[in-house]
Design a protein around this ligand. Structure first.
Ligand code: SAH
Ligand code: SF4
Ligand code: F3S
Length: 472
């Protein structure tokens, strides 16, 4: 058997991370095995993102750097997939002579056939055909990728057409995956040792509506019943579709983590309207209130766009005020970036780059006060963390005692990163392994992580019962 090497470089969101696994799983049929560096590869896949101009620029600078490698290794195949591939199609082949294949977001299932044809004929190909319905690709092959926590896509595409956003154009119409396929994939992952899944969709709250499958909260209940699974997360939730039924699921489902990512984008009703978000600031804050009523200790995170076209100083103040009222655990914020295909690119009153940057920095500085305060409030508490694996770095804390002791990293149910060392452990701690749920007392809090000391080892989790103490 002639084994070949595959290197995948992924830019973009969790969906691209998931898609990369599907690409690699499909290419196993052609004897491609993943390797850790581009230099050793026979096939390089660049998995791209078009969400902001910067992400798109990264694609062409990465491709530029591959030119000399391709000169040295003429048999090397260079393929470009993902959202920029879908958006630009043939233009990538014209612009970059050493690219052999451009395949779009709906062509992942056809990737092995496309690569097979290039191997045989040494031709250059483009496949950016889109189709209706959920596009299934190769099965997930959990044993190859391993890990404790994995993504599972439950929906593709988006029908919301927020005026700034490229996603509906590059991922196509919203389509939900059959619940049986989702459950089968999760069961296979759990059988290979996975303990946590994050269900992915651009707007998981509208799962199944179009196809008349089950509702998202019913799907969550089915995932909750998978034996051996310990934790469930999901992303992203569109505030307009966050139903009371789903909010109540947080009070019911034992494996559903204490965290929701609920992107608000702006605190100004005028801007939300121009963004076509279809909720108001008051609607949003009411949903936050209900979530906290049902799960008082739920962590809530959000996304913001700073400097949307026409955003006035008063609009921006309304955003800062919403941040203060919502009391988020953390936020992601981005400077508005024109996407030529999206309507906002043609809106009047664009803000200068310097002003967008100033607003972004102000927003992040205001949120940091809340993030740090929330993290500091955890000092002295005991948190159950799911151990992800050995920590590559020591976290944000200087280690004064045992710099050579094994360092571990895990997450709380609220999705906060916790570093700990087994040298700090209580006597009698069983050997730590990825996938364990262990109790850790938090001793230090930083801007982006916590540091703790393990108390005692839990029995390796069976997943028969979840962690949510509010659930009935
Ligand atoms: N489906 C998700 C968002 C996916 S894109 C949702 O509706 O929340 C992730 C984030 O990128 C968005 O929440 C938004 O904050 C940001 N984003 C999208 N388009 C952008 C643009 N043109 N400029 C700047 N940020 C953008
Ligand atoms: Fe983009 Fe809006 Fe769809 Fe999210 S909901 S992917 S922001 S169009
Ligand atoms: Fe980027 Fe495509 Fe995801 S544009 S954010 S990789 S859906």
């Amino acid at each position: 058997m002639n084994i070949k090497s595959l290197y995948i470089h992924t830019i973009g969101c969790q969906m691209n991370v998931y898609d990369a696994e599907k690409m690699a799983a499909g290419l196993l049929a052609l004897n491609y095995l993943p390797v850790a560096s581009a230099e050793e590869a026979d096939l390089i896949l660049l998995n791209t993102c078009a969400i902001r101009e910067k992400a798109e620029q990264k694609v062409f600078s990465y491709l530029g750097r591959l030119a000399s490698l391709k000169n040295r290794k003429p048999h090397l195949i260079v393929a470009v997939g993902g959202c920029v591939a879908q958006q630009e199609g043939r233009r990538i082949l014209e612009r970059v002579p050493h690219v052999d294949l451009v395949f779009g977001t709906h062509a992942i299932g056809r990737l092995p056939a496309l690569v097979g044809k290039i191997q045989r004929d040494r031709c250059r190909l483009v496949d950016v055909t889109m189709a209706e319905g959920f596009q299934e690709a190769a099965s997930c092959r959990p044993q190859i990728f391993g890990g404790v926590s994995r993504f599972v896509t439950i929906m593709q595409g988006c029908d919301n057409y927020c005026t700034y956003c490229v996603v509906p154009y590059v991922r196509g119409r919203e389509a939900s995956r059959q619940p049986e396929q989702i459950i089968a994939e999760i069961e296979a992952l759990v059988a290979s040792g996975v303990r946590e899944v994050t269900l992915l969709g651009q707007n998981v709250n509208s799962y199944g509506l179009k196809e008349r499958l089950c509702s998202f909260s019913d799907l969550l209940a089915r995932v909750d019943a998978v034996r051996g699974l310990a934790r469930i997360r999901f992303t992203t939730s569109h505030p307009k579709d966050l139903s009371e039924h789903l909010i109540q699921a947080f009070g019911r489902l034992t494996k559903l983590c204490n965290h929701i990512h609920l992107p608000v984008q702006s605190g100004s009703d005028r801007v939300l309207k121009k963004m076509n978000r279809r909720y108001t600031r008051a609607d949003y804050l009411e949903k936050v209130r209900r979530l906290r009523e049902v799960r008082p200790d739920i962590a809530i995170t959000s996304d913001f766009i700073a400097g949307f076209p026409g955003e006035t100083a008063a609009d921006f103040d309304a955003t800062l005020d919403l941040i203060r009222q919502a009391d988020f655990d953390g936020v992601f914020a981005f400077m508005y970036s024109d996407r030529p295909v999206a309507p906002a690119a043609r809106f009047a009153d664009k803000l200068p780059e310097a002003e967008k940057k100033r607003r972004l920095q102000t927003l992040l500085a205001v949120q940091d006060l809340y993030t740090v305060r929330k993290n500091q409030a955890l000092i002295g508490t005991v948190q159950r963390i799911l151990v992800d694996g050995a920590s590559k770095k020591l976290g944000e804390a200087p280690l004064d005692d045992s710099p050579h002791a094994p360092q571990w990293v895990g997450r709380t149910t609220t999705n906060k990163i916790v570093h700990f060392s087994t040298a700090d452990a209580a006597p009698g701690l069983a050997p730590v392994e990825p996938g364990m749920l262990i109790a850790v007392r938090i001793e230090n809090a930083f801007a982006h992580s916590l540091r703790g000391r393990p108390l005692e080892c839990q029995t390796p989790c069976t997943g028969v019962e979840g962690e949510n103490s509010h659930a009935a």
